[in-house]
Design a protein around this ligand. Structure first.
Ligand code: SF4
Length: 250
């Protein structure tokens, strides 16, 4: 796989092409065809070629993973980046890994998803009132994007937020990385200066500022948190119940 005739190959391309995306469907296509971060392009393609033994028979997506969910969402869920053998394999955010199992089960309990499982891009999953996207759209080594990669990818996030802005009421930040990514996104899209000092991330932390969606913090749904009991199903249920209330859905 390599860059097509017309796709983002540099950080400047990302800025230009994100700004020109007139709809979510166009934006999704542009994101999926982005080659602007050499380290992440190499990593996503290596993972897709080598594969995990249990997925050996499958063809990996091996590309950036666009957002997923309702175009007129009141609730946005902001994650870190796709998982190497999850979104990078299936092509849909949080789909096909343990983090997604936990997240979509919670969304289903909250009435925000039509089914509790998310195993493949064609499994019939649909979200209600909700859109999910990540601060960085390519799977990074060790789940740790470099600052330059975060910044290069930011225009895709900012454009996606701009396109869902008319309906968006609350952003659930999964983890400290997503929480930190919200502030420049908010400044870029809503033209509102982030508070100084920035509000601290925490599970259940809520920031309400005039003219922007509410920001609600949640521990990330990673196995590191869910297997250790740091994040329980009840805690996630509380987060989405609050998100629904903040969004005027409950
Ligand atoms: S991380 Fe974002 S900007 Fe970098 S290659 Fe992937 S989609 Fe493009």
């Amino acid at each position: 796989m390599g860059p097509g005739e017309s796709c983002a190959r540099t950080p400047a391309d990302v800025v230009t092409r994100a700004a020109q995306a007139a709809s979510l469907s166009v934006l999704d296509r542009e994101i999926a065809d982005c080659f602007a971060c050499p380290r992440l392009v190499a990593w996503r393609e290596e993972i897709a070629a080598v594969k995990r033994a249990s997925f050996r028979a499958q063809e990996y997506w091996g590309r950036p993973v666009p957002g997923f969910g309702a175009a007129d969402a009141e609730i946005a869920i902001l994650g870190l980046a796709p998982a190497a053998h999850g979104g990078n394999r299936t092509g849909r955010v949080f789909t096909g890994d343990r983090s997604g199992d936990v997240l979509f089960a919670a969304l289903h309990r909250a009435g925000l998803a039509n089914q509790p499982t998310s195993v493949a891009a064609d499994d019939g999953l649909a979200l209600r009132h909700t859109r999910i996207f990540a601060a960085v759209r390519c799977a990074p080594p060790d789940n740790k994007p470099l600052p330059v990669e975060r910044d290069t990818c930011a225009p895709w996030l900012h454009r996606e937020l701009g396109l869902v802005r008319p309906s968006l009421r609350v952003v659930v930040a999964l983890g400290a990385f997503a929480w930190a990514a919200w502030w420049p996104a908010m400044a870029a899209v809503y033209r509102v200066r982030p508070p100084v000092p920035r509000p601290k991330f925490g599970h259940g932390a809520l920031v309400r500022l005039a003219g922007v969606p509410d920001l609600l913090g949640s521990f990330h749904v990673s196995q590191q948190n869910t297997f250790t009991g740091r994040l329980t199903p009840d805690m996630l249920d509380d987060v989405f119940a609050r998100a629904k209330r903040q969004a005027g859905l409950a």
